[in-house]
Design a protein around this ligand. Structure first.
Ligand code: PGA
Length: 263
């Protein structure tokens, strides 16, 4: 399906991420990584990234070495080092083979208290370290029902991106993850997701220019499964998916990768 923005063909390569959250252990993470590699390795027109828990980054990166599946971390601490018990720095992540990092996931925001300012700092540090960030944004059910979805998305985007120029953000991927859709089985309809993504693209065109907006990839996240991915990924402004639960099942995850736009 030809995807257009402002009349030009869509040059964006779909990107599917598997956020393993606090699941797997050494044995099951290595097994899952191998299965993802085997099932998605032949897919040429989609980028695939898995996000294992911190202690499993290195063994998973080793398993995926010289494969087409990249590895990312689920968070980082903005300080380079120091007395921050339990925290993990950007250079630790790159040293164990992480190429990507999630920033601002709603579970970080809601469970661990990452606010917009903390997310902005993590984003800046990740970019400086050469990590490719996936900036997660999204409204809660209460915010959606109050008609505040666009306002929330705009605030989260503006706080995170305002200090950064378009060239500095060249590796950025955005993930629109309505909080009410995460882990609930209540996936956004393709029309709901497309509406939010179109808004996000238009908003960043205003802040960072049309060229940036046309190029930046926007993933949808929230209860994506093999059997609902195609409808979402066909939307003109949906450039991939960030997958939680279904990414723990290699075949379901591979089905989502195969369902990418352009099929
Ligand atoms: P889910 O999680 O697919 O389990 O809803 C998505 C996410 O949190 O990134």
């Amino acid at each position: 399906m030809a995807r257009t923005l402002g009349g030009s063909a869509n040059p964006r390569t779909p990107i599917i991420g598997g956020n393993w959250k606090m699941h797997t252990d050494l044995a099951t993470a290595c097994q899952l990584a191998s299965e993802v590699r085997n099932r998605t390795g032949a897919l040429r027109s989609v980028e695939v990234v898995v996000f294992p828990p911190f202690p499993l980054l290195h063994p998973v990166a080793e398993r995926l070495r010289e494969s087409r599946v990249a590895v990312g971390a689920q968070d980082l601490h903005p300080a380079p080092k120091g007395a921050f018990t339990s925290a993990v720095s950007a250079s630790m992540l790159t040293s164990v083979g992480a190429q990507w990092v999630l920033v601002g996931h709603s579970e970080r925001r809601q469970v661990f208290g990452d606010n917009d300012a903390a997310v902005a700092e993590k984003l800046r540090v990740a970019l400086n370290a050469g990590l490719r960030p996936v900036l997660c944004i999204g409204e809660t059910l209460q915010e959606r029902e109050a008609g505040r979805t666009f306002e929330v998305l705009a605030r989260q985007l503006d706080t995170a991106l305002q200090q950064l120029t378009a060239p500095a953000l060249a590796s950025l991927v955005l993930a629109d993850e309505p909080v009410w859709a995460i882990g609930t089985g209540k996936v956004a309809t393709p029309a709901q997701a497309q509406e939010a993504h179109a808004y996000i693209r238009q908003h960043v065109a205003g802040s960072h220019g049309q060229a940036f907006a046309s190029a930046v990839r926007i993933q949808y996240g929230g209860s994506v499964k093999g059997d609902n991915a195609a409808g979402l990924l066909q939307q003109p402004d949906i450039d991939g998916a960030l997958v939680g639960g279904a990414s723990l099942d290699a075949e379901d995850f591979a089905a989502i990768c195969r369902a990418r736009a352009g099929g």
